[in-house]
Design a binder for this molecule. Structure first.
Ligand code: NAD
Ligand code: UDP
Length: 313
């Protein structure tokens, strides 16, 4: 296949480039580097089957030659990034998805949308199943991301129903691993960097909110299987092992051997407005349809991630 990956210089996009190249495919990574970095793909420079194009995908996407699959991963993804880049986030979810779908239609390519557990908002159903419509505040600060992704899902379904584009929608739950930006503000790099520097681990609120963390290689396997499957309705991919953020802080301390204290902070900015109180994927569908489930334990995944960050703090 010849695969075009928007957001290909980001955390997840760059791991997807690696995986598709390793499977023998040709990869075009398209990115405007707003939150990504060429450092994530520099090891691929000069490869025969790899091409990087710097482009803002909210503008018309031109690609010469055939394209067999479009994976739309461009979008700020960390709450800090999308709170600082609200208009760009809305534009890439709306206009960027439209352009990426237009390319897939033109090239008769498969299309895979990177959606998110944030479409469930602050969920009232737990764990979250794909048939849950969510509890999103459209006018809150997180609305720029959540609603952009909900629009992107609606647009993807419209291209499938109206234009017959062969689409996939993955709802990704918190995923972590090497190549996350140390300062991207998400809890995994934040706590690891704080622990390695001996600084306090900043637990927002009371720390009783929960998340379920998936290691990047497991996610990539799920994406690969979903793209090759015939499943056209949204599919959750994530690791169902749920924990409180306070327990997560304690785990990071234990795995790094850090003596950092844990502090409870109430950020004065918008970071914890509408912060989902619980989050856990129901992955029955991925198990059934894709034969997929996560393999990497939280301890193993975090150890690999900590090693990556150790040389960078
Ligand atoms: P990231 O910030 O590392 O990657 C996003 C990439 O998109 C960056 O390289 C950025 O420069 C690029 N980008 C943004 N706007 C663009 C534009 N207009 N044109 C071209 N490129 C643009 O984040 P990530 O964690 O790798 O997330 C990738 C995708 O996965 C996002 O769509 C995100 O919503 C989705 N997702 C990620 C997670 C997660 O836990 N990592 C969870 C749910 C969904
Ligand atoms: N969080 C925290 N301290 C931090 C960063 C995040 O307690 O320094 C919390 C945040 O309030 C949320 C959870 O960790 O409840 C996960 O946040 P993240 O930014 O990683 O992503 P989200 O799951 O909210 O999209």
């Amino acid at each position: 296949m010849r695969v075009l990956i928007t957001g290909g210089a980001g955390f997840l996009g760059s791991h997807l480039c690696d995986r598709f190249l390793a499977e023998g495919h040709e990869v075009i990574a398209m990115d405007n580097l707003i939150t990504g970095s060429t450092a994530n793909i520099e090891h691929l420079a000069g490869r025969d089957r790899f091409l990087f194009i710097k482009h803002d995908v909210t503008n018309f996407i031109y690609s010469e030659g055939p394209v067999d699959a479009v994976l739309h991963f461009a979008s700020p993804a960390s709450p800090i990034d999308y709170l600082e880049l609200p208009i760009q986030t809305l534009k890439v979810g709306a206009l960027g998805t439209h352009k990426a779908l237009g390319l897939a239609k033109e090239k008769n390519a498969r299309f895979l949308l990177a959606s998110t557990s944030e479409v469930y908002g602050d969920p009232l159903i737990h764990p979250q199943t794909e048939d849950y419509w969510g509890n999103v505040n459209p006018v809150g600060p997180r609305g720029v991301y959540d609603e952009a992704k909900r629009f992107a899902e609606a647009m993807t379904m419209a291209y499938r129903r109206h234009h017959g584009v062969n689409t996939r929608i993955i709802r990704i739950f918190n995923t972590y691993g090497p190549r996350m930006r140390l300062a991207d503000g998400r809890v995994v790099p934040n706590f690891i960097a704080q622990a390695l520097r001996g600084e306090p681990l900043t637990v927002f609120g009371d720390g009783k909110q929960t998340r379920s963390f998936c290691y990047v290689s497991d996610l990539v396997e799920g994406i690969y299987r979903l793209l090759l499957s015939d499943e056209q309705d949204p599919t959750n991919i994530g690791n169902p092992r749920e924990m409180t953020i306070l327990a997560f802080a304690e785990k990071i301390k234990a795995l790094t051997g850090s003596k950092s204290p844990i502090t409870f902070v109430q950020p004065k900015d918008m970071r914890i407005t509408d912060d989902p109180k619980v989050r856990q994927p129901d992955i029955s569908k991925a198990r059934r349809v894709l034969g997929w489930e996560p393999k990497v334990s939280i301890d193993d995944g975090l150890k690999r991630t900590i090693e990556h960050f150790r040389s960078r703090v």
